[in-house]
Design a binder for this molecule. Sequence first.
Ligand code: ATP
Length: 287
Amino acid sequence: MITTVEEIQRSTTAMRSGELARSQESRETVGDYSVPDARMRCRDVEVWYGDKRAIHGVSLDLGRNEVLSMIGPSGCGKSTFLRCLNRMNDTIDGCRVSGSIQLDGEEIYDRALDPVPLRARVGMVFQKPNPFPKSIYENVAYGPRIHGLTNDKTELDALVETSLRKAGLWDEVKDRLDAPGTGLSGGQQQRLCIARTIAVSPEVILMDEPCSALDPIATAIIEELIDELRANYSIAIVTHSMQQAARVSQRTAYFHLGDLIEVGETNQIFTNPQHRLTEDYITGRFG
Ligand SMILES: Nc1ncnc2c1ncn2[C@@H]1O[C@H](COP(=O)(O)OP(=O)(O)OP(=O)(O)O)[C@@H](O)[C@H]1O
C-alpha cells in the first residue's frame, strides 16, 4: 500500500517509465490481419480529423460469416475505424480517410461509388436504439421501399415479416405492427433496428456498442441473435465488454491510440495475447 508522498511520486515515475517503455514497443500489428476470401479488405487505412490523425495505417480483413470484435481503451479509434467501413465518416466535417477499403473487391472510397446504396450493403446498428418515429411496420418497410426491393404490398409484407423474424422480434410484435416503434422496450427497439438493417439485404452489419444501453437480459438476447446472424452476414462489432467480445466473436482486434496492435482468434487474444499492450488491457492494467 502507498502511504507517503515520496512513495506516490516513485510509483508515478515507475508507471510513467512503464508507459514510455510500452509506447516505444512496436506498433506493427501482431497476428495475421488477413483472412482468405475476405468480405471486406482494409489496407493502410488512415483517418484524420483536421490535422489530428486518429487511425494510423490500419490493415484488417473482415471474413464471411464471421463476427469480428474491435476492443481497446476509450478514444483508441474503434468507432472511427468502424465508421470507415460504410463511409459514415463522410458525414463528419474535416474527416479524411485514405488507404484502401474494399467490399467484395470493390473500392468503397472510389469517387464513382454512391455511399447511399453502400450503406444498405454495409448496414449499421448504433449504441442507442434509434427507431424512426413511425410504426413498427414502417420502420422495417422504409428501406426496402426507397431502395425499390419489392414489387407490391404482398412482397413488402413478406419482407417485413422475414426481417422481424430474423431479428427475433416477430412473435413479440406481430399483433401490433401499426404501433409506434418508439413504444417498444430498449432491447426490442434495438432488435427493430437490426430488422431494419436486415430488410435491405446487407452483406455486412456494423455494430457500435449495440448493447451498452441495454439490461443484461436484453443484452443476452442480442448476443444470441448476433450468433444466429453470422450464418448470413459478416459482422464487425465495437464493444467495451471483453466478456461480450469473448462470447460473440470468432476474431478480435485490439486497438490502442489509433494503431491496430493485435488481431487473432478471440480465444487466443484473451488467453494468450502476444503483445504487451494487449495483455495489459485484457488483464485490466489499463483501459
Ligand atoms: N468527430 C470528431 N472530430 C474530431 N475528433 C474526433 C471525432 N470523433 C472522434 N474523434 C477523436 O478520434 C479519436 C478516436 O475516437 P473514437 O471515438 O473513434 O474512439 P473509440 O475507441 O471508439 O472511443 P470510445 O470507446 O470512447 O467510444 C479520439 O481521439 C477522438 O477524440
